[in-house]
Design a protein around this ligand. Structure first.
Ligand SMILES: *Cc1c(COP(=O)(O)O)cnc(C)c1O
Length: 429
């Protein structure tokens, strides 16, 4: 659904939506229904055979969710998308068609803590493995890819460390190995970063964060670029060979560059059931309408607050890639030219104790396990989201003991700075 005739601000409001054919309703209705009446028995059979596209049952497809899928696919410049119940569900849904027992992925060490846990432990139950590599060491990435590697995975702007991935360089390595690159674009959003233009095959989102933008619902999405040739080798039989889970259908042959998206719905949602509900899709659709406006303010505020924090002598370090002092400042200009996001960490003098006092003393900032809200949020990662990780993994993920993660909202930057100032006063006393 790549649309090159309209700008981002237009697409974030209109892509996928049209006046409701039944009522003329201008806003996308919440189709709160489980099932859809078949015209007759032949119609039902055609739908189940995937010979006709239509609605059967809301575990697979729902008209409200479909609008969101088309909208996110359009904003990312992909051909299709599948929405899921959470960002973590989206990650499993992205890997599921590619993987099998004994297969592995190569992932960046700098990832959201929950993803490190999912990839280090939980996916082993499926017989999948993950090799974590420093993505700034391109030779190590190449060396980690073996005959059983089925994907490379990284975050464009990593959560929580202010690390910017060289998406193009890693995409070239994945390309040479004939495997897809999956980018988690949650913290950047398609407004700041366009991974498909930089060579990514698939983009995953936690729509829980900036896409919804107001902390109301969890959700996820897998976007397909449509650019990968699943039949170039025999590594992806679920897509390029007869799929036993759908009476021998060959998805690539039948659906061409929509093979991954159709597989995600017909097999992934059908059998794993990680479905987004229409209420959640509604809230996220509301959020997408103002995405660019919010991201501009998020970035503007983050630059102001990070610069203020950097010169404060109660702070040891600020890891924001939008700061000129950041080692990723130059890279950010090519990976996310409209800004380095609004998520960064600070290292607080006084270590663990000072961090605890700081999060307790803040008044405008809320101490929560979320990010990408219009409200400013903080979390002490080492005692919360990254608690399950070893100290080495915490350090590698940028979530050491003295580190507080900050998600800058869209309030007045001066108010945010004043709140940090008073709380740092209490933390250092
Ligand atoms: C939150 C988050 C996830 C997980 O998303 P959920 O919606 O919480 O399941 C994955 N990746 C990143 C970068 C995140 O910030």
């Amino acid at each position: 659904m790549s649309d090159t005739t309209h700008g981002f601000d237009t697409l974030q409001i209109h892509a996928g939506a049209r006046p409701d054919p039944a009522t003329g309703a201008r806003q996308t209705p919440i189709y709160q229904t489980t099932a859809y009446v078949f015209r007759d028995a032949d119609h039902a059979a055609a739908l189940f055979n995937l010979q006709e596209v239509g609605y059967i049952y809301s575990r697979l497809t729902n008209p409200t969710v479909a609008v969101l899928q088309e909208r996110i696919a359009t904003l990312e410049g992909g051909v299709g998308a599948v929405c899921c119940s959470s960002g973590h569900a989206a990650q499993i849904m992205a890997l599921f068609p590619l993987m099998g027992p004994g297969k592995n992925i190569v992932a960046s060490t700098r990832l959201y803590g929950g993803t490190v846990t999912q990839f280090s432990h939980t996916i082993k139950r499926f017989g999948w493995e993950c090799k974590f590599v420093d993505f700034d060491d391109l030779d190590a990435v190449k060396a980690a890819i073996d005959d059983n590697t089925r994907a490379v995975f990284g975050e464009a702007i990593a959560n929580p460390g202010g690390y910017i991935m060289d998406v193009r360089a890693i995409a070239d390595i994945a390309d040479a190995a004939e495997i897809p690159l999956i980018i988690d674009n949650t913290t950047a959003t398609p407004y700041l970063c366009r991974p498909i233009e930089l060579g990514a095959t698939l983009v995953v989102h936690s729509t829980t964060k900036y896409l919804t933008g107001n902390g109301t619902v969890t959700g996820g999405c897998v976007v397909d670029s449509g650019n990968f040739d699943w039949s170039a080798n025999d590594k992806f039989p679920s897509l390029s060979a007869p799929e036993p889970a759908y009476h021998g259908l060959n998805f690539h042959e039948t659906f061409g560059n929509l093979a991954f998206t159709f597989h995600g719905i017909a097999i992934g949602l059908r059998d794993l059931g990680m479905t987004m509900n229409p209420q959640a899709a509604h809230y996220t659709l509301m959020g997408t309408e103002t995405l660019s406006l919010r991201m501009e303010r998020h970035v503007e505020n983050a630059v102001k607050v990070a610069n203020w924090l950097e010169q404060d002598d109660r702070i040891e370090k600020v890891t924001y890639a939008g700061l000129e002092s950041s080692p990723y400042f130059e890279r950010a200009k090519t990976v996310c030219p409209k800004g380095a996001g609004a998520l960064f960490t600070i290292s607080v003098k006084g270590g663990y104790e000072a961090c605890i006092k700081l999060v307790n003393a803040l008044e405008i900032f809320s101490h929560v396990a979320n990010l990408g809200d219009t409200r400013s949020l903080v979390i002490h990662s080492a005692s919360t989201t990254h608690r399950q990780l070893s100290p080495e993994q915490q350090e590698a993920a940028g979530a050491g003991q003295n580190v507080v993660r900050i998600s800058i909202g869209t309030e007045d930057a001066d108010d945010l700075i004043a709140d940090l100032d008073q709380a740092l006063g209490k933390a250092s006393s």
